[in-house]
Ligand binder design. Structure first.
Ligand SMILES: NC(=O)c1ccc[n+]([C@@H]2O[C@H](COP(=O)([O-])OP(=O)(O)OC[C@H]3O[C@@H](n4cnc5c(N)ncnc54)[C@H](O)[C@@H]3O)[C@@H](O)[C@H]2O)c1
Length: 248
C-alpha cells in the first residue's frame, strides 16, 4: 500500500474520513473527495499533520463529469492511480409512501450512480495507465440484503452496489483490477443523525456487542480490502456487521 494513490469519496465524515486517515497511515497517498468543503479540508489537514500525504477535491459523486474530473485530478497530482473507495452516501429514513419520483432519482444518483461513475472512470484510467494491481472498494450495507418501508431507495441502491461489485470484478479481472465491497451494519456517524434516541437504543441491541460500530473499526476492514492480504477476495461484499445479519 506504500505510495499507492487512492481516491476516497465521502471523505469529509464518518467511514470515509476514518478510511482516508487509516489508508494514509499505511503509506497511501490520498485524494479525498466530498461535497462538504470545510470538513474535507479539515480531514486532509489532519492527515498531513500526522505525516501523511493527502489532497482534497470538492466533488459531487452524483455528477459524472465531476467524478471524471476527480480521477483526472488524482493523476495530475500524483502521476498515477491505484484505486478508489466509492463510499459517499446519504440516507434519511423516508417512508416508501413519502418517496417522490424526484427524490427517488436524487437518492439513487448519489448512492448507486455515484458508485458506478467511480468504478467507470477509475477503471478506465487504470486501464489506460496499465496499472498493476488496481483496486476498487465500494460501500454497500447490510441493507443490500434486506428491505424496509423506510429504506426503499437506500436498500435498492445498496443492493445494486453489491451486484455491481460482482459484475465489476468479472469485467475488470483481465486488467488485474480487484473489485470488492464492504457491508457495514450501523456505524456511529452523522448518517444516523435522523434516528431518534429510542430507536438507536434498539439498534444497538441488534449488534452482538450491544453497541454501534465505530467508523474506525469498519475502516480497518476497508484497509484490509485495499491490502495484498485480501488478494483471495474478489467480487465479494464483506460484512462488517458485528453479527447483525447472523441473528436476524
Ligand atoms: N452509518 C451507518 O450506519 C452506515 C451503515 C452501512 C453503510 N453505510 C454507508 O457508509 C457510507 C459512509 O457513510 P457514513 O456513515 O460515514 O456517513 P456520513 O454522513 O458520516 O458520511 C457520508 C459523507 O458522504 C458525503 N456525501 C453525501 N453526498 C455526497 C455527494 N453527492 N458527493 C460527495 N460526497 C457526498 C457527505 O458530505 C459525508 O461527508 C455511505 O455509503 C453509507 O451509506 C453507513
Amino acid at each position: 500500500m506504500q505510495n499507492d494513490v487512492l481516491i476516497v469519496t465521502g471523505a469529509a465524515s464518518g467511514l470515509g474520513a476514518a478510511a482516508a486517515r487509516l489508508l494514509a497511515e499505511k503509506g497511501a497517498r490520498i485524494v479525498a473527495a466530498d461535497i462538504d468543503k470545510g470538513n474535507l479540508e479539515a480531514v486532509v489537514e489532519s492527515i498531513r499533520t500526522n505525516g501523511g500525504d493527502a489532497v482534497s477535491r470538492v466533488t459531487d459523486v452524483s455528477k459524472a463529469e465531476e467524478v471524471k474530473a476527480l480521477v483526472d485530478f488524482a493523476v495530475e497530482t500524483f502521476g498515477t492511480l491505484d484505486g478508489i473507495f466509492n463510499n459517499a452516501g446519504v440516507r434519511d429514513g423516508t417512508h416508501f409512501t413519502e418517496v417522490t419520483p424526484e427524490s427517488y432519482h436524487d437518492h439513487l444518483a448519489i448512492n448507486q450512480h455515484g458508485v458506478y461513475y467511480g468504478m467507470h472512470y477509475a477503471a478506465k484510467k487504470m486501464r489506460e495507465l496499465n496499472v498493476q494491481g488496481g483496486r476498487i472498494v465500494n460501500t454497500a450495507s447490510i441493507r443490500s440484503f434486506f428491505g424496509a418501508k423506510k429504506s426503499f431507495r437506500y436498500s435498492a441502491a445498496k443492493a445494486a452496489v453489491e451486484n455491481m461489485t460482482k459484475s465489476g470484478a468479472d469485467a475488470l479481472a483481465e486488467d488485474g483490477i480487484r473489485v470488492t465491497a464492504i457491508a457495514p451494519a450501523f456505524i456511529d456517524t452523522a448518517l444516523l443523525k435522523h434516528v431518534p434516541e429510542e430507536r438507536r437504543k434498539r439498534l444497538e441491541k441488534k449488534h452482538l456487542r450491544g453497541k454501534l460500530l465505530s467508523a474506525e473499526e469498519v475502516a480497518k476492514v476497508v484497509v484490509f480490502l485495499f491490502s495484498e492480504d485480501s488478494v483471495a477476495i474478489n467480487g465479494s461484499t464483506v460484512l462488517a456487521d458485528d453479527g447483525f445479519l447472523a441473528i436476524h
